[in-house]
Design a protein around this ligand. Structure first.
Ligand code: IVH
Length: 717
């Protein structure tokens, strides 16, 4: 299967306007997606260095073609909009971001810019406060008459999330400000972070409890702060450094260092490594000293921040787009070390993705011993895919290679490059397995997909619990009393290893000496109820069974299309087995495959995924065993003359005559398509009580709006 490698990037200086425009859109989307994962989900997928590289390129493109800058460009925004779930807080003074310096020259240029802007003569060199740049998440704390009244995250810089209750559990944050000189209204800002040792300990506990394991201390701090259950935040070792402010009814000092001294007296923790520097030489010395101490600080920092000390100068300098002219972040290069690639292991994730992991000769990188590194996917080993990670431009990784590894703010290290002079003579290119190392099923890659996946959906132990949970879920077999927890428990004890085991559980339990009802948490009634619930599903709709199989890309909608087309399980199974004999790449593509591919709504990707499932004999065997225990109802064929066949319907508001699921099932049986949102393509909107924006949209677009009764009359029920 042809897999496209990412094209090398064209030098920005050589980009034509048209190329720049396309790349601007692509980069903006990519950066926005990373922002969302970083700020809202606390789960970034690229290193900070890779993210910075994307931003730098966008900045360079906008510098060359300034009319590409719009207010929606990521260069004009900070962070991402607040996530749902917390009340929103409008920041009285926006929480902006900092410009970056990556070299000594960038820092000199920053100071020169300030001097030009303020028109300072040669004798006037602005003093700068240098502070470690903490890698955590920023927080704004509002105090009124010295009392903490509100705490908010940064969000998109203008609107953040209200995390007051969570923040009250952080020991470093005073509830009442100390001393005299307390402004009536004052917003203190700083960074919530977690010590590296606390992060490692928390992750250990999380792993033991099979709960979320965080990628780095920053995510761990963010994830811990943004908990709906405040007692969870309280149990997490969060810390806080104060370093700036928002709204202030009066300023207790007229310099940055004076303000920090005041913050300290008011009861905040101010970073003790902060220093007042006279000139560029001093700040650069500070930078290299902190760089050397970085590993021993106990918390992650990703650079140093320089701020003009005089506040009247800060005021005059003001802001440019998203960052102040009076401050800059001098970033550290990623920490690197050289070591040997001893091996490559393949891990199989819960969804069947094969992920290669580098086994490294242990080496210390930035104070942390590194012995594993993610290799992302097959292309990454070949050096052709980058996915925002360090690019090795076609240099592949071979076992025995001497490699450079780096930690860029993340705990998960990366392999950046190969020391080619040290490549052993007999080193062979790595052959990525095309079978799953866990279950032996064939593993396939879809076109344009970097990930190779195991096809043994029904039989692979690495995927088993996830598949079983899916199998019993609401839109699949929907078995009461058999939830995620029970599936996990039954799997671990060997009671339910594959779908058929659910239906033989009762028989086996009857023969067993350690019966279900004797276990903790189970009584006679609950076991009886469970067996009854299982029995109730021995007769199942075809589309539910197809959906339950967990075939990639086959969601509820596609399962229904397949069920309607093939009508019975026997017909479906036979047709799929026939289709599996030849795929689109074969010369003699089978008729069955063509037929599958021709079903309206079923594209090639779905067709191939179904075929791959049936090409794995052990999936077919597992399905056969299951069918020995259950009866599959034939799908109803849509009534040909239904007035709603091929029409698109949206149900909205609260329905009183039928449930949403019923309405959907009836409409689909009559050949209608049920959509979730209103567009020009919608034929009918059925509006229940309190219908909101969908109804408004339908009216705007002139889409026919029906009451529940009118809908029933239309379908003749
Ligand atoms: S000052 C107007 N000082 O870095 C901007 N920020 O990239 C005021 N940060 O959003 C920010 N340590 O989350 C400042 N000593 C420090 C900092 C610091 C970490 C973070 C903060 C900010 C981001 C900007």
């Amino acid at each position: 299967m042809a897999v496209k490698a990412k094209k090398p990037l064209v030098d920005v200086a050589k980009l034509t306007k048209a190329q720049a425009k396309i790349e601007h859109v692509r980069l903006s989307l990519e950066i926005e997606a990373h922002n969302e994962r970083y700020y809202q989900k606390d789960a970034p997928t690229v290193s900070d260095a890779a993210y910075d590289a994307l931003r730098q390129r966008l900045v360079a493109i906008e510098a060359k073609f300034p009319d590409l800058v719009s207010k929606d460009s990521p260069t004009q925004k900070v962070g991402a909009a607040p996530a749902r779930g917390f009340a929103k807080v409008q920041h009285a003074v926006p929480m902006l971001s900092l410009g970056n310096a990556f070299s000594d020259e960038d820092v000199t240029e920053f100071v020169d810019r300030i001097r030009r802007f303020l028109k300072l003569d040669a004798d006037h060199i602005p003093a700068l406060v240098a502070e470690p740049k903490i890698d955590g998440l920023s927080l704004s704390l509002r105090y009124e008459d010295g009392e903490l009244v509100r705490a908010a995250t940064r969000g998109d810089g203008f609107t953040g999330e209200d995390v007051t209750a969570n923040v009250r559990t952080i020991k470093d944050i005073p509830h009442t400000l100390k001393g005299r000189n307390i402004p009536a209204a004052c917003e203190m800002r700083g960074e919530v972070y977690m010590l590296k040792k606390d992060f490692l300990e928390l992750n250990k506990k999380q792993a033991e409890a099979e709960d979320t394991v965080f990628a780095n201390p920053r995510n761990s701090a963010a994830g811990s702060l943004r908990q709906k259950d405040v007692s969870i935040t309280a149990s997490r070792p969060l810390k806080f450094f104060a370093y700036t402010w928002g709204e202030m009814s009066e300023r207790p000092a007229d310099t940055q260092h004076g303000m920090l001294e005041w913050m300290d007296k008011a009861g905040f923790v101010v970073n003790p490594r902060t220093e007042l520097c006279k000139n560029v030489d001093d700040v650069l010395k500070f930078y290299s000293r902190i760089g050397e101490e970085r590993a021993t600080l106990g918390y992650d920092i990703d650079g140093v921040v320089y701020k003009v000390d005089r506040l009247d100068w800060q005021d005059r300098l003001g802001f440019v787009s998203r960052s102040p002219r009076w401050a800059i972040a001098h970033k550290f290069a990623a920490e690197q070390a050289t070591t040997i690639l001893n091996g490559i292991d393949i891990q199989v994730g819960r969804t069947g993705a094969l992920t290669p992991v580098a086994r490294l000769e242990p080496v210390t990188v930035g104070g942390v011993v590194v012995s594993n590194a993610t290799l992302h996917n097959e292309d990454y080993i070949k050096g052709i895919g980058n996915d925002g990670n360090p690019i090795r431009d076609g240099v592949d990784l071979r076992i025995g290679d001497t490699v450079v590894v780096q930690r860029a703010g993340d705990v998960i290290p990366q392999v950046v490059s190969v020391v080619m002079d040290k490549r052993p003579k007999n080193a062979k290119p790595y052959k990525f397995p095309d079978v799953c190392p866990v279950c032996g099923s064939h593993a396939v890659r879809e076109e344009d997909e970097a990930v190779r996946r195991c096809t043994g959906a029904l039989i692979c132990p690495a995927q088993a619990t996830e598949r079983l949970k899916h199998f019993v879920s609401r839109l699949a077999f929907d078995i009461d009393g058999l939830g995620d927890k029970q599936i996990q428990e039954f799997y671990e004890e060997g009671l339910v290893m594959s779908p058929v085991d659910i239906f033989t559980l009762q028989k086996r339990d009857a023969r067993s000496t350690s019966k279900l009802m004797q276990r903790e948490g189970y009584g006679e009634t609950s076991v009886r109820n469970l067996f009854n619930a299982i029995d109730a599903r021995r007769s199942i709709d075809l589309h539910r069974l197809i959906f339950a199989l967990g075939i990639r890309h086959v969601g509820e909608g596609n399962a229904k299309l397949l069920a309607r087309h093939y009508h019975t399980i026997d017909h479906f199974r036979e047709a799929m087995l026939a289709a599996a004999k030849g795929t689109k790449d074969d010369e003699n593509t089978t008729e069955a495959y063509q037929d599958l591919n021709n079903i309206g709504g079923i594209g090639e990707i779905v067709a191939e995924a179904v075929v791959e499932f049936f090409a794995e004999p052990r999936n077919v065997k597992a399905l056969g065993e299951l069918l020995g225990e259950i009866e599959v109802k034939a799908a109803e064929r849509p009534r040909k003359s239904s007035p709603v066949s091929d029409k698109t319907v949206v149900f909205t508001g609260s329905l009183t005559k039928f449930t949403r699921d019923e309405a959907k099932a009836v409409a689909e049986r009559l050949g209608a398509k049920v959509a979730g949102s209103v567009s020009k393509k919608t034929d009918y909107v059925v509006a229940g009580e309190d219908a909101g924006s969908k109804l408004t949209k339908a009216r705007e677009l002139g889409v026919a709006v029906l009451t529940e009764d009118e809908w029933l009359a239309l379908i003749g029920e």
